[in-house]
Design a protein around this ligand. Structure first.
Ligand code: THU
Length: 180
């Protein structure tokens, strides 16, 4: 006699999930430009300022230099570059240096955009290095603080330029002060 297979608990749970769960897609739109020529004047200028800021990078350990430039609503541009330390955790990323500098010196001005550019000492960066997790968290905090999005522009040494409309796009389901 052929026996009917028993429904296992695993199968039951799977069925339950299929019936009740909801799936949400958390996607975002990335604009990709082939060269600086395709950017608006404001964006091109901000990236140039980030490239300039990168020249002040202090990265004797990683040989990976990063430059950032923030555009404030008044039109002021705030530079930052990564500053390393022999005790590695003491170093700061370029984005953090720029954002904290703006927060400390222009606490009431909104940040409209940040441009970030990176160069590696060991290989040619042909695509943008996106901000690290800590920088995403740092910038997301200022979006919350000012109540408006901060555009992000990213560039490697060569290759395309990426632009997205908000740090919330790059850090979906993020942690913020409302949880505290
Ligand atoms: N770095 C930045 O400045 N920004 C980032 O978003 C990623 C990493 C720096 C930190 C360190 O000085 C070097 O790049 C290598 O990790």
């Amino acid at each position: 006699m052929i026996e009917k297979p028993q429904q296992s608990l695993g199968f039951f749970i799977f069925r339950q999930e299929q019936l009740f769960m909801e799936k949400k897609h958390l996607g975002f739109e990335l604009s990709i430009f082939n060269s600086m020529d395709e950017l608006s004047n404001t964006d091109a200028l901000l990236l140039q300022e980030a490239e300039k800021a990168r020249q002040n990078s202090y990265a004797p350990y990683s040989k990976f230099s990063v430059g950032a430039a923030l555009l404030l609503e008044s039109g002021k541009i705030i530079p930052g570059s990564n500053q390393e330390n022999a005790s590695f955790p003491a170093g700061l990323c370029a984005e953090g240096v720029a954002v904290f500098s703006a927060g400390a010196n222009y606490p009431n001005e909104k940040i409209k955009a940040i441009a970030v550019t990176a160069a590696s000492g060991s290989n040619n960066l042909t695509s943008p290095a996106a901000p690290c997790g800590i920088c995403r968290q740092t910038i997301a905090e200022y979006e919350k603080k000012q109540g408006s999005p901060i555009q992000i522009l990213m560039k490697g040494q060569t290759g395309p330029i990426y632009k997205c409309d908000s740090m919330a796009d790059l850090l979906p389901l993020g942690f913020d002060g409302s949880f505290l």
